[in-house]
Every structure is written in structure tokens, then in C-alpha cells.
Design a binder for this molecule. Structure first.
Ligand code: GDP
Length: 529
């Protein structure tokens, strides 16, 4: 591999994820994006797809019963001269921890806003996560074919609530039944919308120039109104600024309807033009690994079980940070200090498994995992370092877990530790008792855990309520003070699945009091994996 070919591959790539509140249209946009990527001929197959291999999995059965999607897939598709990786994130809030970690593996995000609803609660949370790395954000305001709120007011809300400047790239003409299309401010073009064309790529119907008399012929008196409105919008909003966008401080905004497949291509044009190419990552050695470094490196941000029920295997999703992956290559599993040969990495094209012979920075590959890979693991060409910034979040829900058959305690512990390693749940072992406490970010995780313990570890477990309000990981540089704290607070301390010490607070008041009593101790809400 020459340095130039590495740089060419990097420059072609964009790796992004979609963040939104449930129902804003993430799935629909994903379908249309793939349609534009020409991966699927007819959009509409992402959600409804009854894939044989998935249908058999009982875990997936459960997912189907609940009508939610817990799978994360990675889709690669060509768009114009670029190759785009779209990392799908589970939409249901119960799996937000997975979603958060997926955001560490992308270089930009598309935020989808429902134009009738504006900024919603989960979008706020997800935007907070993207801020941890100042990820550049593109915005798509969706459902213009419905009655929506005033677009200027929507942008104000985004700016106020999400603290990010908005730069409209397109501007809607009408809405609901009267939605006529958009004015592309940057290109000075009016692009017309035709309803009922959602399942295919539409022929573009364009008038060049807002002062073009053709526009008056086409939309009559509304043309002058539009000209006035655009003047107003230009005066009232920010111009696009690439530097501010790359710093995560300004978002280009596109309007359209995902269902009508209108406007998604404008957003994709913006993505390939402005979004950053695959970026390097920080390490614990305080050195930054650049994507154009010829030495291979990557990190695991997600582990998914049961993708193929016949094998009961688990797949580790790795984001390549630098260098080139080639089938059969050796890499160093840094945590284990071992060299491993990777013969069968996978890529996931619209949910299907395909073998890949090579992959480049920004790409995601799936590694078969028989229990040796954990979330946060770093793989390198041979160097000793660990990528940082892959978080665990303090759980908000807790249950004591107990066996129906007490003789299987060892199996239970093994299962829980493995499930915690893949991020399905968090497990805490109190220092002062033999209890096992399961902590989750969402309720559904509890059901998944019992289900999987039964199916994969052959243990029947049940939950009991427990008085726990929250957990915090605890640290202290001063060994003596830390020891004293551990002695005094022993009854509330637990070891988590990764052997880190956590303070389990029965109430929020107890947590504040303890923090006041031990000011030298750091209590954290997130833990680096
Ligand atoms: P997700 O939960 O964010 O993945 O949202 P979906 O893509 O599943 O969309 C939620 C609902 O909104 C579905 O019924 C979609 O058909 C509908 N929807 C999505 N985009 C549009 C749009 O542009 N216009 C209208 N009218 N409905 C839409």
C-alpha cells in the first residue's frame, strides 16, 4: 500500500450516524439514503425486511414483538465520488448506551427534526453526547409535507435549546398540502417537489435563480412573497461557515420530506462536500493517531450477540482509525498483549453479512468474538496504546438479580460479566454482601438479560426490587484517602463488571452527602471503558 492510496481512500470516506427522537423519521431517511446510494433499488426494505437468518433468533423475536429495533448495523454505500458509512443506531431509548458509544465511532452526525414537533427530549440528550467530541452536525428538518411549525421559529428553537448556530442551506416553499419544494440558498436554485414519488429517485425539476421570471409563471404571486421571505431569512440567519461547522458550533440545515424522498439528496451533497474525512483519535499515551498513519489501528465500540443464531457468536464492531485492514492480517490485541490473525472480518451492507478483503480508516468491520473482545478494546499494528473516549454511562435503573436454582451461581456470574462486557447491561458486586445488582439505562435491558441468561447460559434468573437511586464510579489520586473512603463507605461500594469501584447510592440525597463528606474523591457519571 502506498501512502497516496491510503490518503485517497481516506479522502473518499465519510462516516456518520443519524440522531433523532423516535418517530422523527430516522428509518425513513436511512431507506432513502440507501436508495440514493443505489444499494437498494426500491426504498422501503430496511424496516420491513424479513431476513431468514434474523427471523430465527429468539432474541430478535422479542424485538419483533416489541416492535422496536435493537440491532445496529453499518451500511456502506457510494454517493457521488465518495463512499459513505452510515452507522445505524438503535432508536429505542432503552438502548441509548449503545447509541452513545456508536457516536464515538463516527466523524459527523445528521440530526433529524420533526418539523411539527421541533426539538425533542432525546435529541437534546444525544446532542450532549456529540458535544463530548465536538462532532460536526448536519440538520434535516423532516415532514414538510405535513402541517408544520414556522421554519424560522424552528431554527430559533434549535439555536436556543441545542446551543448550535443554524445556517439554512435550503428553505422550504410552502408546507403540508402546499409544499412546493425548496429554494437552495447556496446554489440559487428552486427545486420543485412532486408528491407520490417517495419510492424512487426523482427527476430534478429546477428553476435557476430566484429572480428568474420562470418562477413567477410557475408559482404566480407566491414568487414575490418567496423573494421577500428569502431576504428576511438571509438577514435573520447565519451564513454557512465551514470552520464553525467542523468545530461543531454551526449546523447546515436542510428541509424536506423523507417519506416523499425530497431533500435527502441535498443533505447528502452537503455531507460529502463538508463533513470531515475519517479523523484520527486520541490515545492514553497522549499521542494522537492520525488516520493517514500507515500503521493499522482500530477500536471496538460495540458488541452484538446472536447475529447468527446457528453459531451463537458475538460480533465485535471495530472502527478502523488508521492504516489498512487486509484479510488474514495479524494485529495486536493490546489489552491481552496478544497477536491475533483476523481471517474473516465482516462488513454489513444493509443488514446482510458480506466478507471484506480490505477496509480503510473510517470503515467498520465486524470481528467474530468468542469472548476475548470487550467494548473499548484497541487493536494495533503492534504498538502499545489504547484509544480513549469510549464511555460507560452510570445506569439509572437497578434490580437485584437472583437465581431460581442457587447452585448455578457461577454460571450466573459468568453470564452477567460477559453481558456487561458487551455493554448489554452493567453488573455490580457489593463489597459487603453476596448480592448481584444489575444496572441498566433502560427497562428493556432487564428483560433482554433474563432472556439471554436463559438462552445462552441456561440459568433461570429473577429480579427483586432494590433501593438504589444511582451509581457513580469513584477515583482518588491519594491512595491513603481512597483507602479511608473505601473503609468508611464500604456498605455502599461495589465492584463493576470491569473491576472498577463504584458507589451505589440508595438516594440522591445520600450521594450529595457522601460527596460533601469526601471532597477528595471524584464521583463520575461516565467511565472510560
Ligand atoms: P424513526 O422512529 O425516527 O425511525 O421514524 P420512522 O422513519 O419510522 O418514521 C416515523 C413515522 O413517520 C412513520 O410512520 C413514517 O412513515 C413517518 N414519516 C417519516 N418521514 C415522513 C415525512 O417526511 N412525512 C410524513 N408525512 N411522514 C413521515
Amino acid at each position: 500500500m502506498s501512502k497516496q492510496s491510503l490518503i485517497n481512500e481516506i479522502n473518499m470516506r465519510r462516516t456518520f450516524a443519524i440522531i433523532s427522537h423516535p418517530d422523527a423519521g430516522k428509518t425513513t431517511i436511512t431507506e432513502k439514503v440507501l436508495l440514493h446510494g443505489q444499494k437498494i433499488q426500491k426504498a422501503g426494505t430496511v424496516k420491513g425486511k424479513k431476513s431468514g437468518q434474523h427471523a430465527k433468533s429468539d432474541w430478535m423475536e422479542m424485538e419483533k414483538e416489541r416492535g422496536i429495533s435493537v440491532t445496529t448495523s453499518v451500511m456502506q454505500f457510494p454517493y457521488r465520488d465518495s463512499l459513505v458509512n452510515l452507522l445505524d443506531t438503535p432508536g429505542h431509548e432503552d438502548f441509548s448506551e449503545d447509541t452513545y458509544r456508536t457516536l464515538t465511532a463516527v466523524d459527523s452526525c445528521l440530526m433529524v427534526i420533526d418539523a411539527a414537533k421541533g426539538v425533542e427530549e432525546r435529541t437534546i440528550k444525544l446532542m450532549d453526547v456529540t458535544r463530548l467530541r465536538d462532532t460536526p452536525i448536519l440538520t434535516f428538518v423532516n415532514k414538510l409535507d405535513r402541517d408544520i411549525r414556522d421554519p424560522l421559529e424552528l431554527l430559533d428553537e434549535v439555536e436556543d435549546v441545542l446551543k448550535i448556530m443554524c445556517a439554512p442551506i435550503t428553505w422550504p416553499i410552502g408546507q403540508g398540502k402546499n409544499f412546493k419544494g425548496v429554494y437552495h440558498i447556496a446554489r440559487d436554485e428552486i427545486i420543485f417537489y412532486k408528491s407520490g414519488q417517495g419510492h424512487r429517485i426523482q427527476e430534478v425539476d429546477i428553476i435557476k435563480g430566484i429572480d428568474n421570471p420562470e418562477l413567477d409563471k410557475r408559482i404566480g404571486g407566491y414568487a414575490d412573497e418567496l423573494r421577500d421571505e428569502i431576504n428576511l431569512v438571509k438577514g435573520a440567519s447565519n451564513e454557512f461557515d465551514l470552520e464553525l461547522f467542523l468545530a461543531g458550533e454551526l449546523t447546515p440545515v436542510f428541509f424536506g420530506t423523507a417519506l416523499g424522498n425530497f431533500g435527502v439528496d441535498h443533505m447528502l451533497d452537503g455531507l460529502v462536500e463538508w463533513a470531515p474525512t475519517p479523523m484520527g483519535r486520541n490515545t492514553d499515551k497522549e499521542e494522537f493517531v492520525d488516520a493517514a498513519n500507515e500503521k493499522f489501528s482500530g477500536f471496538v465500540f460495540k458488541i452484538q450477540a446472536n447475529m447468527d443464531p446457528r453459531h451463537r457468536d458475538r460480533v465485535a464492531f471495530m472502527r478502523i482509525v488508521s492504516g489498512k485492514y487486509e484479510q488474514g492480517m495479524k494485529m495486536k490485541h493490546v489489552r491481552l498483549g496478544k497477536e491475533v490473525r483476523i481471517a474473516d472480518a465482516l462488513t454489513f451492507v444493509a443488514g446482510d453479512r458480506e466478507h471484506v478483503d480490505e477496509a480503510w480508516p473510517g470503515d467498520i468491520i465486524g470481528l467474530h468474538n468468542h469472548g476475548t473482545i470487550q467494548i473499548g478494546d484497541t487493536f494495533t499494528w503492534g504498538d502499545e496504546f489504547k484509544f480513549t473516549g469510549i464511555p460507560n454511562f452510570a445506569p439509572e435503573l437497578f434490580r437485584r438479580i437472583r437465581l431460581k436454582d442457587p447452585l448455578k451461581q457461577k454460571q450466573l456470574l459468568k453470564g452477567l460479566v460477559q453481558l456487561s462486557e458487551e455493554g448489554a447491561v452493567q453488573v455490580f458486586r457489593p463489597l459487603a454482601s453476596n448480592d448481584l445488582i444489575v444496572g441498566a439505562v433502560g427497562m428493556l435491558q432487564f428483560d433482554v438479560v433474563v432472556h439471554r441468561l436463559r438462552a445462552e447460559y441456561k440459568v433461570e434468573a429473577i429480579y427483586e426490587n432494590i433501593q438504589v437511586a444511582t451509581a457513580r464510579w469513584v477515583y482518588c489520586d491519594d491512595a491513603k484517602k481512597f483507602e479511608e473512603f473505601q473503609r468508611k463507605a464500604q456498605h455502599n461500594l461495589s465492584i463493576d463488571g470491569g473491576n472498577a469501584l463504584a458507589y451505589i447510592a440508595p438516594t440522591m440525597a445520600n450521594l450529595s452527602l457522601t460527596q460533601e463528606r469526601f471532597p477528595e474523591i471524584t464521583f463520575t457519571h461516565t467511565k472510560e471503558v
